[in-house]
Ligand binder design. Sequence first.
Ligand code: DHB
Ligand code: FE
Length: 280
Amino acid sequence: MARITAGVAASHVPAIGAAMDHDKVGTDYWRPLFEGFTWTRSWMAEQRPDVVILVYNDHATDFDLRLIPTFAIGCADTFQPADEGFGPRPVPPVTGHPELAWHLAQSLILDEFDITIANELAVDHGLTVPMSLMFGKTEAWPARVIPVVVNVVQYPPPTGNRCWLLGEAIRRAVLSYDEDLDVQIWGTGGMSHQLQGPRAGLINRDFDVAFLNRLVTDPQALRRIPHIEYLREAGSEGIELVMWLIMRGALGADVKELHRHYHVPASNTAVGHIVLEPTS
Ligand code: DHB
Ligand code: FE
């Protein structure tokens, strides 16, 4: 039986990918950010998950205003890094797990989550930056990946509660897959940031730290945060945090916190990172 062994969350600032690609990780600006991922890299090397269900958002890169799925799942064999304007990042292609992905699609849809099936998908910084953070620079990614894409770019994004319920449905789907697979689920994006308008540069450490705490101590309260509160407290792009609730919903009632890192600034964003283990 497949099982979900851990949940990981991390921000996905594009400049983090550029810093890694251009060997800037040891500079004064970047070192404190990357030091927070050292623990996770060695833990990840011990864990060796078979598959990562990677919840992320496309930034009008492969999807655009012509087509806006609220939730989509990547069922392809391979996902190429997208060209976001400066050529694709020099990172390996991402290998999918079509059999498990199609099982998830079937289970979710029959469980009344009408997720869009994507058989071709170029993955942007929303997916490749968390991969680089967790696995470092590498010739080939050490785990297969099933991308789950969430619309948080064009209003209306899904509610936090809907995301939580999708996480619960993903858990049921994984547990009903026969093959013995170690599956992790990652929630990406966030934390507080706003890239536009008079409040550009907004960071809210109190909100972010409370969010990290409540993932462990009071996750039910997070389900009820309305969009307007994310906007007000975490900035216009802080809404990316709803993707963390898919991860948390998939872990079951109780979790143990294994590791946490919070760092400001990385570009315009408060970078948050947490590693959770399901205990119930
Ligand atoms: C930044 C953060 C993001 O989440 C993003 O998608 C693009 C840019 C930033 O802080 O620069
Ligand atoms: Fe983003």
